[in-house]
Every structure is written in C-alpha cells, then in structure tokens.
Design a protein around this ligand. Sequence first.
Ligand code: ADE
Length: 421
Amino acid sequence: MFCLESDIKDISQADKGRSRIEWAERQMPVLRLIRQRFEKEKPLEGIKLSACLHVTTETANLMNTLKAGGADVVLCASNPLSTQDDVAASLVKDFEVPVFAIKGEDHDTYYRHINAALDHHPQITMDDGADVITTIHAERKEQAAEVIGGTEETTTGVIRLRSMAADKVLLYPVIAVNDAQTKHLFDNRYGTGQSTIDGILRATNILFAGKNVVVFGYGWCGRGVAMRADGMGANVIIVEVDPLRALEATMDGYRVMRSIDAAKAGDIFVTVTGDIHVLRKEHFKVMKDGAILANSGHFDVEIDLKGLLELTAEKSEAREYVDEHRLNDGRRIYVLGEGRLINLAAAEGHPASVMDMSFANQALAAEYLTKHGKELNDTVYSVPSDLDNTVARLKLASMNIDIDKLTEEQDKYLHSWQMGT
Ligand code: ADE
C-alpha cells in the first residue's frame, strides 16, 4: 500500500500521547457510538480524506472514528502552535495515521504540511479555518474536481467559505459543521469559555477575581468567555459593534463600552471577534502598566502585534507563552501565546466532552458527503437537522438524562390554529 511519510516532532512521545488519547476517548461517548457503528457499516470505505485540524487528543479520536469507517485519512495542523506533539507521535505509531504537524512550526513548514496533506489527493477535505480549501482554490485548482465535498469546523472558516460561495468561486460543496446547534451552542460557548480562561491561567497563573476582564466580541465564544470570567469573580466589560449583541450583553449584566474606554479600564483583554486589529496602537497607548492581552479567535490577526512592536523599546519572554513588551514610556504590556488562540497554544483546547459533539457532527457530515455529496451544489450547507438532533439525543443519553415527549394532545395543540381562548 502506498504509505505517506509523516513529519512530526518526536516519535518517542507516542506512549504519553496514547494514554492521553485514551483518556479523552472516555469523555467522548457519542463519537464512540458512531465509531462502533462505522466499524460495522464501513460508510467511508476507500474514501481519501485530508483533515486540517488542531492536532489534539480529541482530534485523534475523530481520526480513529473516520478510519474505523473505512476512510484513508491524513492529518495536518490547522494552526502552527496548537499541535500536541505526543498525540501526533501516537497517531503515527499506534494508529497508523500519517501526520504533518509540529508544535511551533514556522509559516513555510505549516504550508508545506498542508500541501503534504493535499498530496494525498483527498475526496473529502476537513478544515478548521479553511486553509486546505483556500490552498486548493489558490494553488491546486486541478484537484478540486477530485473532491466530493468538504467540512468546516469554525466560524471564521465558514465566513470565508460563504464569501467564496457568494462570489461563485467555491469549487465544491462544503458542510458548515460550525453551524450545527450541537456544535456552536456548546463548543463555541462552553468550550471556548472554559479553555480560554484555562490557557490564560496556565500561561500566567494570575487571579481573575477582582480583575477587569475586557472581552471583545459577544458572539457564542465571547458569551462563553464572559460567563466564565464572571463566574470567577472578574468584572467583565464587553466591547461590541453589533447593537443587538451589545444590548444582550448589557442585559446579561455586563458593562458595555467603546474599545478606547475599555482599553483604559482593563487588566486582561481577550479578543474573540474573528476580525483584524481589534486591539491596536490607539489602545496600547492608553493601557495600564501590566495589561495582559490574549486572543482566542481563529487567526492571529486580532491583536496588531506589528503596531505594538513599533511602540516597544524592548521585548523579552517573561514566562513560557508570555512576551513582555516594555514600551518607550516604561509601561509593560504582556502578550500571551504570540497572539495565537490561547486555549490551544497554552492549554489543551476545549475539553473532550464538548469536542465529542463537534466531532460527532464532523464524522456524520463526512458520511453524509460520501452518500450525498454528488447531489450537492458548490455552496455552503448546514448540517442536516436530523443529524444535529441525533447528536443531541445521543449526548443526553450518554449523560443518563431522560426527557419528556409531547402528549398526543399537546402535539395536536401545537399543530392546530383553530384552538384559541
Ligand atoms: N478546537 C478547540 N479545542 C479543540 C480540541 N480540543 N481539539 C480540536 N480542535 C479544537
């Protein structure tokens, strides 16, 4: 069999990776059930699949599920700083999954790895941030005809793909896994909420209680970060550009203000907007000495690091994942994880039990594409709602939570328009 080489840091870390993969598996009952069904039914038999995801213990369990379904999988990283090298080693050694990912890889290596995953000639692409799809469209267009369809994990990637579809340049159908309710309502909110704070704490070991924590963006991720920071006793300030979200944040009990005012008040800043230069020179100039900046959005563009460097007299490493910028006026500003998503750079990303639902959707979306991909148009699709509901039901069952069904009378009432006062 043609076997692709891998490019990982250190194969000798495989045993540690394997134990951690098994630990995560215990928290992923829905994915485990899907894997057991896939083992019997082999719905992905012979399908070549290239995945570009954060290389974590949870992703390893997804790779094993896809393999159990018969897919021929290859994995590369979806961020230069999110790879868990022990997991990459175990995937190669114990699970025979080719992996191209090394934590801390430079820009060129990152794209070399994406291209290595594309040398696999996938029929399904699985993205977290759309870098594989973008590379196909920009540099390897001829391969698009080989692809049945793709999936996309994250908000930022879906936004990119919807613009491609709107411009009619998307060359194959994509399922927006992010848009499944069992994905964004849980992964983006509870996953990002907990893991972002986990990353900040692991990097800094600071006390949240009593701090002014400024959250930029009140989407599902921002709501999650705000809720968890609030729970730890921080004073949460929200910066939003959308009036409805700003109103919601206000009625959720947070202070809402303009970014320039929040910049003066904040002790810790977290960006989760998906947009560029949310924190920039005008803000750095008025921040307190000791301000801490972290990003939990997909790309490292939310903090204008170049602008910060222009104000910096001296840059040094204060701790692992903490860069100190001593500004020309003597104030110090700390940037965590090089402005890359802090939950994966300094911590382990979302906990397995929430990734269970996200990756159950990925596995079911891959099965759906294999069955129906040829009938789809070159645009962005939502996860079919029956798949979404299946994931919710299985998750509830795994938690031993039973729910009611409507009585016949209630069902009839909801479907009738004649019954009134
Ligand atoms: N994105 C956020 N957390 C993650 C995790 N634990 N694994 C894979 N992708 C993630």
